[in-house]
Design a protein around this ligand. Sequence first.
Ligand code: FMN
Length: 154
Amino acid sequence: MNNINIKTFKKTLGKFTTGVTVVCVKKNEKIYGKTVNSFNSLSLKPPLVLFSLGNYSSSINTYLKSKYLTINILSKKQKKISNHFSKKNPLSKNISFFEGDNNTCLINDCVANLECKLIDKIKKGDHIIFICEVINVHNNDKLKPLSYYNSKYY
Ligand SMILES: Cc1cc2nc3c(=O)[nH]c(=O)nc-3n(C[C@H](O)[C@H](O)[C@H](O)COP(=O)(O)O)c2cc1C
């Protein structure tokens, strides 16, 4: 066994294969998006999901104050979108969105989209866990998901 430090911790977490999502919020008609792979299911009844964001993020306050948000599960063809939304303050004008029921924006051509209501936030360490109730879902059964492992896309 190796002692834990940031380098070995990050390397070990990278051994866990995840999907890739972009979490979007809309504020004053501006769309914010962030690439997130800490997404997971939490509860079936009620339908809850979670993800975490670093409290150092440039747009953390916008996410903390949002009432509704969308979680967009990327397809294999959307690597560019993942890279785009992992930049600081990415623009959303070249991204194709469709509208949700609660003045939300969902990314087109994803394997799945979830429209959620933010119901709780828990601060732990240098991250904040966002707990969301899922209101609407959209699935695209023909597309394959984008995966992330060892800092690489598959
Ligand atoms: C595949 C991938 C997954 C990521 N997952 C998360 C995550 O779960 N939580 C998080 O806070 N940042 C995550 N990031 C980093 C953010 O996308 C973004 O780079 C970071 O928040 C810095 O930008 P900001 O300061 O504008 O927020 C991920 C990046 C990549 C490429």
